[in-house]
Design a protein around this ligand. Sequence first.
Ligand code: NI
Length: 169
Amino acid sequence: MALLTILHDPDPRLRIPAKPVSRFDAALRRLIEDMFDTMYDAPGVGLAATQVGIAQRIAVMDCAGKDEPPQKIVMINPEISEAEDQQEMEEGCLSIPEYRDKVRRYNKLHLRALDAEGKPYELQAEGLLAQAIQHEIDHLDGKLYIDRLSSLKRERYKKKRDKLAKHAA
Ligand code: NI
């Protein structure tokens, strides 16, 4: 088991748009396993490669409930189609510690992506999984959910972030 270091906002590497994956080899599968280990250890329901400083379009997710068996999902070069039913959903992020806020997301969507072997698959997602897919794709585009908040809320978040950073220093 290898744990990767999760970058925190305002690390500039979180803002780099990730490149599509074209090589499906042992190194990629190893990275995906390490990303799952890192995500479960945090713990979180999703992790994008961007968050561990790798600018490639890879994300892992597991939105299973506490008493359910794991539902590991790998999404590589993901694309969303047919999104509908926008709702405000409460959101957090491993790169934004100690902060949560409500973000407008699609409650239902259709995902097209590749798995760890490079095989295409499609998925109809709803609720928390749909939210996680949008959140992770934002990461791959160099975006954070705080970008989607009102400027007032974003300022409030930044003040809190800078205060926390000062305490840590
Ligand atoms: Ni996140």
